[in-house]
Design a protein around this ligand. Structure first.
Ligand code: C5P
Length: 219
């Protein structure tokens, strides 16, 4: 069984997907982390973020791995722990440019399908229901207002000692959504057969309960 969860930036996908996966005993796959690790690779190589050929020359042999951890999951790029690096502003603000490269997407989609072939997964991203797992039994499209998403990110940042102004966060989120929705290859889009959940006024527990209820109907 496959559960695909898509939606815009900071809509709460990964928080909810992790809990759903744990409760069902499925593997959680954070595809955003894979595009972020790819962006770290481009940065380390000193490449322009639009240099598709330069990046692909190294990406095909690059290892991007996940390791379960108490806090969720650690992400490794060629054996190096990049869990914190992939969340830095440099990577967050440039990942959409790297994720728009057609060859990068082909490589990532191939890897994501290989992981899904190994067992039951909850996979979150932007194109899971439309492109990566078009036959997923459950497809969810999570949305929330940009203001609410910025407020959630702001509150999360404060607990980490990061003090980016709320208005800056909202502008960054809106810019990333705009880039992800308007790119030529696999743009952020709700699959025709996805169930849309607006989480603006819902708690994490309510969203998890709704997804579990939808899943149980399909089991
Ligand atoms: O989910 P997260 O915010 O970590 O994703 C980071 C970026 O990776 C997105 O803004 C998008 O550009 C890209 N992405 C994508 N397709 C996916 C997952 C993420 O293009 N399936």
């Amino acid at each position: 069984m496959q559960i695909a969860i898509d939606g815009p930036a900071s809509s709460g996908k990964s928080t909810v997907a992790k809990i759903v996966a744990t409760q069902l005993g499925f593997v959680y796959v954070d595809t955003g982390a894979m595009y972020r690790a790819t962006t770290v690779l481009a940065n380390r190589l000193g490449l322009d973020y639009g240099d598709e050929a330069g990046l692909m020359a190294k990406l095909v042999d690059a290892q991007i791995e996940f390791q379960p951890d108490q806090a969720g999951q650690k992400v490794f790029l060629n054996g190096e722990d990049v869990t914190l690096t992939i969340r830095t502003p440099e990577i967050t603000n440039n990942v959409s440019q790297v994720a728009a490269l057609a060859a990068v997407r082909t490589e990532m989609v191939k890897r994501q399908r290989q992981i899904a072939d190994q067992g039951q997964v909850v996979m979150d991203g932007r194109d899971i229901g439309t492109t990566v797992l078009p036959d997923a039994a459950v497809k969810i499209f999570m949305v929330a207002s940009a203001k609410e998403r910025a407020q959630r990110r702001y509150a999360e940042n404060i607990t980490k000692g990061i003090d980016t102004p709320l208005a800056t966060l909202q502008a960054e989120i809106e810019l990333r959504d705009q880039k992800d929705s308007t790119r030529a290859v696999s743009p952020l889009r709700k699959a025709a057969d996805a169930v849309e959940i607006d989480t603006t006024k819902l708690t994490i527990e309510q969203v998890v309960a709704e997804i579990l209820a939808i899943t149980k109907q399909k089991m």
